[in-house]
Design a protein around this ligand. Sequence first.
Ligand code: AKB
Length: 315
Amino acid sequence: MAKILIIGACGQIGTELTAKLRSIYGTDEVVASDVRKGDAEFVASGPFEVVNALDFNQVQAIIEKHGVEDVYLMAALLSATAEKNPAFAWDLNMNSLFHVLNIAKAGKIKKIFWPSSIAVFGPTTPKQNTPQYTVMEPSTVYGISKQSGERWCEYYHNIYGVDVRSIRYPGLISWSTLPGGGTTDYAVDIYHKALSDGKYTCFLSEETRLPMMYMDDAIRATVEIMQAPAENVKIRSAYNLSAMDFTPEEIADAIKKHIPDFTIDYTPDFRQKIADSWPQSIDDSSARQDWGWKHNFDLEAMTADMLEHLAGKVD
Ligand code: AKB
């Protein structure tokens, strides 16, 4: 059994990933870490370390202290925040990755998971059913860092034999954790506001179609690509991954089936331009073929589950 370290464990994906990996491998086998202590209940739920992902010595020391074999590097600045602080976004998103890749190159860990994003694509990429291999000219700081990261992952795998695995997450939607600083965050906020206020003002226009995924599926994909035999993981940059795509108008319609009085209006802000540069739908046939990826949730199923959990009807 591999001892696991999650860097950036207090974030939107990290929190749920920690819980999932602990349920599979055991609480003591999974060390959660973040730059600061998050929610007290989460920190108390198992081994936790304060780790600055930009401090090579600190990351390496924690890996040695716990005998870590697999690292999930979830620390990153997302698209909207990165536009406001490009230098720090580049520093965090790239150097945290280099640290972990170099620790693996030195033979101190066995496997790395590093998340990429649909943000690696840009305005010149085909928008519908975006292929695995296509034009990639990202126009955001976040996208540039993710595309560069992908290139480095593939390089470290090809040249140094590092076992690094990655997927291009679409927008992720979860009832239990809030996103922070992304362009797709509206698709989480909308459920909260539908229940609390019965109305929502969206920062993207009504026809903005984006690829999205329910967190249950995203976590399962993360676990499955890491559990796959190494020879099945043929792409060492990052896999396209898809579940559903919708517009703000379509998610509002799905919510109205449960909350008929719900209303939405639109005040697009700077995030509109980011969304307009991204694909509308994704071809993930390589992931399906190579390591058996299959999504479970579509918009209807996700909406029912989100509203049920957020309304407190289920645990
Ligand atoms: C964001 O909106 O920045 C992220 C992403 C698509 O990677 N959710």
